[in-house]
Ligand binder design. Sequence first.
Ligand SMILES: *Cc1c(COP(=O)(O)O)cnc(C)c1O
Length: 358
Amino acid sequence: MLTYNPGSLGGVAALASGSRDTIEEAHMQLARFPRVRLAHLPTPLEAMPNLGRLLGGPTLYVKRDDCTGLATGGNKTRKLEFLMAEALQCGADTVVTQGATQSNHVRQTAAAACRLGLTCEVLLERRVTTMGPGYETTGNVLLDELFGARHEFRPAGGDMNAEAEALANAISARGGRPYVIPGGGSNPVGALGYVQCALELVSQATDTGIPIDWVVHATGSTGTQAGLVAGLQAINSGIRVMGISVKAPRAEQEANVYRLLERVNQHLGAPSVAPGAVMVNSDYVGPGYGQPTPEMVEAVTLVARHEGLLLDPVYSGKGMAGLIGLVRQGFFEPGQNVVFLHTGGSAALFAYESLFVG
Ligand SMILES: *Cc1c(COP(=O)(O)O)cnc(C)c1O
């Protein structure tokens, strides 16, 4: 079992001298679950000195999960290490998944399927219809094509998981062996990728002597935050996580993350944690999922020009807009170390060209 001691909010530096053993033990517990290697790990933990200086306030770092290495990288690759292992274990010959038109999850799943010799069939939900003619052919959709994933579009607002099940049934009926991956790879299996990331991050913090106070990242289908919180709690790291919602209102997203967190802890055989461990800010969603906001455009531009770093319009741009907003509001204390978990997504930039040109 992963060890869990409730209490302490003292940061990594305050961990007992046994912390390395605790992390090692947690790694061993994770090793019980089947996993295929797809990601370049560990991803770097880097400083963002220019952005930090520009904004004032806490010291800013970035955990480079945009550099997981699979088909331009991103957070879904860690989840797919566990999901694809289960697909192989089930004897699947096809993976079925779904996402929005510019889904990074679909793109990474399509690439992982190529790597493992599986067929990939996907459903793309038309959640965004206002971005012009290239939106359904460029960016992630272009890469889905290149990886040979068969895709079909669906109108917005349907039950996409039910649609994916129906597609899987049709594949079974014609003699295939489909494995269905939920949207965003967010179930207790996929979230193990972020339990692992939590351990990796705390190891890096311990090795470099940087006591991390906060992790901030974009939250959507909830697997990233649920896995991170489960992992950080399991080793009693004291690191707090703030999810910046890209879609749902705060209370709804917190409940969604917490629901998956409970299932992740059950899957791990770990005790449940208090709901207060799940913190979401939904002030940066704007008009809706995938819809641009001035704060997102500012964040993408600022981070590009001051750190030479690429964000994306749907997730990491809004996540960074949240981080910048919170710094400006004085949410963090000056001496704190704040890590932006860069979840990737820059392939979608090309589908939003008009926002950044001229
Ligand atoms: C999917 C995704 C997220 C959100 O992660 P969830 O686990 O779905 O909450 C954040 N950023 C990018 C770039 C993504 O593709």
